[in-house]
Design a protein around this ligand. Structure first.
Ligand code: RFL
Ligand code: PHB
Length: 405
């Protein structure tokens, strides 16, 4: 058995684990990252596309914003298509100048992995049978790689291993409470090298179901359709996808839609899920390991980033200032922000999707609610304020800034 010693063992090389590693590295805190998949697999996954300003700021602080600055697309508004009519939500005008940035999670993951390679930080990809131990006392992690068993002794374990990971699953049942809502439909996503139908994202509520027109660049589009959970990807030829998307759009967008061969197509289920608390002794859960949101509000990746803002600053405070305050407050602070994003994502999902179980009355009430939001300054403001991202408590973030600059 190979024995390694470090301060923080990070489980998972998604955005949460990679960003935490980068911020710890900038602060000179030793850590090891352990991932079950290959580096190629991790850097090719296609997922989220929208970054809140606070996430962009954190990436800047981590020193990984070079590509983001060059290729990220600042967006000042979104469109909502309801009853065949498009309504613009002017995000910047409604939020005192805030914006979001279109930048794929795939690119962000590549940037973070590149920074990790450049800094020659210790990472184990393709680690098998990863297990976490003794996190209420002196934690350690075990795994196998190329037939060799490893043991990593550490002060803390960061469980950044996503919804299906091992960290949350190892917590004793009597120490954890979970809250869950599973939606009765999924999102069929298509990526295609065609110019986007519009300069801004279009969220579509139609009688045929929800659709979303998003993008990755001026030449690459990302589109989604609400589909029944029983649908299989093979049942959706490119032609069927484009036809159905057109059917859910307004006539102007139908005319402007450019179709082409898909380069990726997948169906993702929709779920709301929260774990309480997010700390178990010396184990800290972050990102999808602790909570899941349906993608309608574009919050999944951004919540992972805000957890890491809190966790990295708490660990830095612990090692540099010998203070446990940030660690003790971690779970409470994260959960406050998490539940607000859960509420927003649930609300957007509820408002824009068609549910089989809805009565005619439910449908009318929902349309009235959406009409109200789109016609009222206060309604648009509440949507915009949540979409661009609610603020975190910035005091601690300022502290990291001082350390890492
Ligand atoms: P990730 O990205 O899931 O990374 C977790 C990492 O942990 C690894 N892992 C393990 N490693 C070691 N040992 C084990 N036992 C392990 N078990 C798992 C995994 O291989 C993986 O590399 O979680 P993280 O870092 O918290 O980041 C969260 C975001 O990835 C997530 O919130 C978003 O991508 C959610 N999401 C979307 N969010 C949006 O805002 N907009 C979207 O359009 C959007 N699309 C998506 C999504 C999530 C999807 N998933 C999870 C299936 C589409 C999909 C398909
Ligand atoms: C995406 O571009 O993948 C995307 C954008 C906005 C969302 C969800 C996904 O709400």
């Amino acid at each position: 058995m190979e024995i390694l010693n470090t301060k923080v063992a990070i489980i998972g090389s998604g955005p949460a684990g990679l960003l935490l590693g980068q911020l710890l590295y900038k602060a000179g805190i030793e850590h090891i990252l352990i991932e079950q998949r290959s580096a190629e697999y991790v850097s090719a996954r296609i997922r989220a596309g929208i970054l809140e300003q606070v996430s962009v700021d954190l990436l800047k602080q981590a020193g990984v914003d070079q590509h983001l600055n060059e290729f990220g697309l600042p967006h000042h508004g979104i469109e909502i298509l309801s009853n065949g009519e498009k309504h613009r939500i002017d995000l910047s005008a409604l939020t005192y100048g805030k914006q979001v940035t279109v930048y794929g999670q795939t690119e962000l993951t590549k940037d973070l992995m590149h920074a990790r390679n450049e800094a020659k930080l210790t990472s184990f990809y393709e680690a098998n049978d990863v297990k976490i131990h003794e996190f209420y006392n002196e934690p350690y992690v075990t795994f196998y790689k190329n037939g060799i068993e490893y043991r990593v002794n550490c002060d803390f374990i960061a469980g950044c291993d996503g919804y299906h990971g091992v960290c949350r699953a190892t917590v004793p049942q009597d120490k954890i409470k979970t809250f869950e809502k599973v939606y009765p439909f999924g999102w069929l996503g298509v990526l295609a090298d065609v110019p986007p139908v519009s300069d801004e994202l279009i969220y579509v509520r139609s009688e045929r179901g929800f659709a979303l027109c998003s993008m990755r660049s001026s030449k690459r589009s990302r589109y989604y359709l609400q589909v029944p959970l029983t649908d299989k990807v093979d049942e959706w030829s490119d032609e069927r996808f484009w036809d159905e998307l057109k059917n859910r759009l307004d006539s102007e967008s139908q005319k402007n839609l450019i179709t082409g061969p898909s380069i990726e197509k997948s169906i993702a289920p929709l779920r709301s899920f929260v774990t309480e608390p997010m700390r178990f002794g010396n184990l800290f859960l972050a990102g999808d390991a602790a909570h899941i949101v349906p993608p309608t509000g574009a919050k999944g990746l951004n919540l992972a980033a805000s957890d890491i803002a809190y966790l990295s600053s708490a660990l830095i405070e612990y090692y540099l200032n010998s203070s446990k305050q940030g660690l003790d407050e971690y779970s409470e602070k994260c959960l406050k922000r998490v539940w607000k994003a859960e509420r927003f994502s649930w609300w957007m999902t509820h408002l824009l999707h068609h549910f089989e179980t809805e009565s005619d009355f439910d449908i009318k009430i929902k349309q009235a609610e959406l009409d109200y939001i789109l016609e009222s300054e206060a309604g648009k403001k509440t949507l915009a304020e949540n979409y661009v991202g609610l603020p975190y408590e910035l005091k601690r973030l300022e502290k990291i800034k001082n350390i890492s600059c």
